[in-house]
Ligand binder design. Structure first.
Ligand SMILES: Cc1cc2nc3c(=O)[nH]c(=O)nc-3n(C[C@H](O)[C@H](O)[C@H](O)COP(=O)(O)OP(=O)(O)OC[C@H]3O[C@@H](n4cnc5c(N)ncnc54)[C@H](O)[C@@H]3O)c2cc1C
Length: 447
């Protein structure tokens, strides 16, 4: 069998790796990326001829295993009737026609650009892919850069704010809404994180729209509808859009231009699968198809696609949009729904907020950490629908546990007394998940 994989990042890599691990050894993989695969793929530093996984294989070992790299080759068309793709070598301009038995599209997404003057000035950057991220990281040590303006208060924006602030830069974060992270977290958590940013001298300029970026050849300032801010560098972190323009009219896309896939990762074209940021993904708490751009999703979808290359064997169970981040002194994570989603879709979902120490109060203060935890549950059948956590240390496995609970349609009744271990040196008397579910049960019985 011959499989063509388009895209060398998380979705593409996991597809190739899973083909290598699970398909017959004579399977041929032709692997395309418009970027340089040597840079796009997160190759190990120690690549050897007898490697057991693709990431560690030398080019000779890849060839021996019938994995052929097509770097700097942009796929521009699919002719499904002939089972072929058409790619353009971006160095030579040569067109390549390549035939597949199965095709996996993992073309991902790109950073949104703002349609305002000045985005083409030097040092106006976006952060996408390994290459893009490295370019931004190089600026951390650029002494000419003192004032960094970050536009966008989502995950990427605050991650960058953290990074540049820790590198000693003066960071201003501009966001259109009045809070940061408001698509991910509730106010009870956002306020703490905003204070954390301010305590680390990150200037938050909220509720304002960037209208222009000024400069001669290099950026000098950023203008919003409320003010002007000096800038030696600007990072635009205003969301992402799927790399699917080339597929319009070829593969079925939804209204957000995401590739429509079924539970086996099939597109509407025979023998054509799609995975990753370019696709819609089932969000289990509400059973909707959504745009949730996460590497963790891409990897799981890729494994599923490969499992189903020959026949429908393994459905994709969906995701809860589980994610987490360290921001200066805080660690937070979230899974499933949040209050903003509940309000906008008028979902019958309630929540309880709990703060609880990780250890009992007879343990010295210096060993104890307060955990803030919010649990969301359905008012209709009491199934768990979401959670958020924040602490000074990493307790994010709690969020992974809740993610599984959502997927398995666990109820607050089941979670209230679920079996979590107790050991005085390591835990408090109850697990915070038990406490929250017990509080939710009490609330439902009072309603
Ligand atoms: C700064 C940053 C930090 C992140 N951190 C996390 C994290 O901690 N955890 C997490 O789960 N997610 C994280 N993400 C999100 C994660 O990076 C994406 O969800 C993931 O990369 C998606 O993988 P993908 O393979 O679908 O697509 P992409 O990573 O977008 O890769 C698509 C690839 O396809 C290639 N391509 C596109 N079109 C064509 C074409 N026509 N022909 C040939 N090649 C093409 C591109 O060159 C690219 O290499 C982060 C994102 C950013 C920007």
């Amino acid at each position: 069998m011959k499989v063509i994989v388009i895209g060398g990042s998380h979705g593409g890599y996991e597809s190739v790796e899973t083909i290598y691990e699970t398909m017959p050894k004579n399977t041929v993989v032709n692997w395309y990326d418009q970027g340089d695969l040597d840079l796009v793929v997160n190759w190990s530093k120690e690549r050897v001829d007898d490697a057991k996984d693709v990431r560690h294989m030398t080019n000779e070992a890849l060839n021996k295993n019938h994995i052929n790299l097509f770097s700097l080759s942009k796929v521009i068309n699919i002719d499904a009737s002939k089972h072929c793709i058409i790619a353009k070598n971006l160095v030579t301009d040569e067109e390549i026609v390549d035939y597949y038995d199965k095709l996996i599209i993992a073309t991902g997404s790109d950073a949104n650009k703002l349609r305002i003057p000045g985005t083409n000035l030097d040092r106006v950057m976006t952060m996408r892919g390994k290459v893009g991220i490295n370019k931004v990281k190089q600026q951390l040590h650029n002494a000419q850069i003192k004032n960094v303006i970050i536009v966008g208060g989502g995950y990427i924006g605050i991650m960058a704010a953290n990074m540049f602030s820790q590198a000693g830069k003066q960071v201003t974060l501009i966001n259109g809404s009045q809070q940061i992270l408001d698509n991910y977290l509730d106010d009870d958590f956002i306020e703490i994180l905003m204070n954390d940013l301010k305590n680390h001298q990150v200037d938050l300029e909220l509720s304002q729209q960037v209208i222009r970026i000024n400069g001669d050849t290099t950026v000098a300032s950023v203008e919003t509808n409320k003010g002007e801010y000096l800038a030696d560098m600007v990072l635009l972190a205003v969301g992402n859009k799927p790399n699917t323009e080339w597929l319009d009219g070829i593969v079925k896309l939804n209204s957000k231009k995401l590739i429509e896939v079924d539970e086996y990762m099939h597109t509407d074209l025979e023998d054509v699968f799609a995975v990753g940021d370019a696709t819609e993904v089932r969000f289990t708490p509400t059973n909707e198809m959504k745009n949730i751009a996460l590497a963790s999703n891409a990897q799981r979808q890729a494994k599923t696609a490969v499992a189903n290359l020959n026949s429908n064997l393994q459905p994709f169970y969906g995701v809860q949009g589980t994610s987490g981040l360290v921001l200066f002194d805080k660690v937070f994570a979230t899974t499933g729904v949040n209050s903003k989603m509940i309000e906008s879709a008028e979902l019958p979902i309630s929540s309880v907020l709990v703060t609880y120490d990780n250890l009992m109060d007879n343990v010295p203060d210096s060993f104890r950490t307060q955990i803030r935890f919010k649990l969301f549950y359905s008012n209709v059948d009491h199934t768990i629908k979401g959670a958020q956590i924040l602490a000074d240390k990493d307790f994010n496995e709690i969020i992974n546990t809740i993610s599984v609970a959502i997927q398995m349609r666990m109820t607050i009744e089941q979670l209230a007394y679920a079996d979590f271990y107790f050991q005085p040196q390591l835990t408090n008397e109850w697990n915070i998940m038990n406490i929250a579910a017990q509080k939710a049960l009490k609330k439902t019985s009072n309603d």
